[in-house]
Structures are given as structure tokens and as C-alpha cells.
Design a protein around this ligand. Structure first.
Ligand SMILES: Nc1ncnc2c1ncn2[C@@H]1O[C@H](COP(=O)(O)OP(=O)(O)OP(=O)(O)O)[C@@H](O)[C@H]1O
Ligand SMILES: [Mg+2]
Length: 106
């Protein structure tokens, strides 16, 4: 494992900062532009979840080095309420306040 980059998440600005660090680390590892877009999207999603559900937290980024392959590790930490129903939260398309088609509930 490489050195860690830690970004405190307290505002939208911090989400942008975490995205930038993720892009830089991902680029150094050798990910394609397409993969970098996926990586920063994932960072945005978990960082936004911190702001919405826990108010504050932290994103930790590091490279994963294994023989023959490298990757990026993205850890989202907070001391909020936690996820009460993980299987539900993990369901494809699940989003609080929206139905399965992604439309807002009336
Ligand atoms: N950091 C967190 N703390 C507590 N609950 C969380 C956290 N992150 C996610 N969750 C729970 O998991 C659910 C699924 O998260 P997900 O990001 O997939 O959807 P969402 O945030 O509700 O909507 P979207 O991301 O589409 O705007 C959330 O609705 C919330 O209940
Ligand atoms: Mg979310």
C-alpha cells in the first residue's frame, strides 16, 4: 500500500478536492480517461452521501499495489447514523425519496 491522501468532507468544496485527488492518483496508477471519470463519479457519490447523511466525514485515497496489477482504494468514513438497511441501500437504482424509476415521490 502507498501513502494515504486524506480529505476532510465538510462542504461541497471538499467533494471537489477529493475528486481532484482521486483523479490525480488514478492517473498516476495508469487508469484511462474513461475509468478516471468512473472513479471521480464514485468519489462524488460517497462524499455527497457523507454530507447528506452524516454532515461530516473523511475520504481516504491510496493506491493498491499487487504483483502484476495496481488499483485505487477509496474509503469513505463518517460518524453519522450508519446505514440501517444495507441490502436495501445496495439495491440497484435505490435512492432515498425516489421510486424505482428514479422519479421523485409525490
Ligand atoms: N454515509 C452514509 N450514512 C448513512 N446512510 C447512508 C450513507 N450513505 C448512504 N446511506 C444510505 O444508503 C442509501 C443509498 O445511498 P445512495 O447513494 O445509493 O442513494 P441516495 O443517496 O439515497 O440517492 P442518490 O445518491 O441517488 O442521490 C441512502 O438513501 C441512505 O439511506
Ligand atoms: Mg447518494
Amino acid at each position: 500500500m502507498s501513502d494515504e491522501t486524506r480529505v476532510k468532507i465538510e462542504s461541497d468544496t471538499d467533494v471537489v478536492l477529493a475528486r481532484g485527488h482521486g483523479r490525480a492518483i488514478g492517473r498516476k496508477v495508469g487508469f484511462s480517461d474513461t475509468d478516471l471519470t468512473i472513479i471521480v463519479t464514485a468519489i462524488s457519490e460517497v462524499a455527497r452521501n457523507i454530507l447528506i447523511f452524516a454532515k461530516t466525514g473523511e475520504i481516504v485515497l491510496k493506491t493498491a499495489d499487487q504483483p502484476g496489477k495496481r488499483g485505487i482504494v477509496i474509503i469513505a468514513k463518517d460518524n453519522g447514523p450508519g446505514i440501517s438497511d444495507i441490502p436495501l441501500a445496495m439495491q440497484d437504482g435505490y435512492s432515498r425519496g425516489k421510486d424505482c424509476d428514479g422519479r421523485a415521490e409525490q
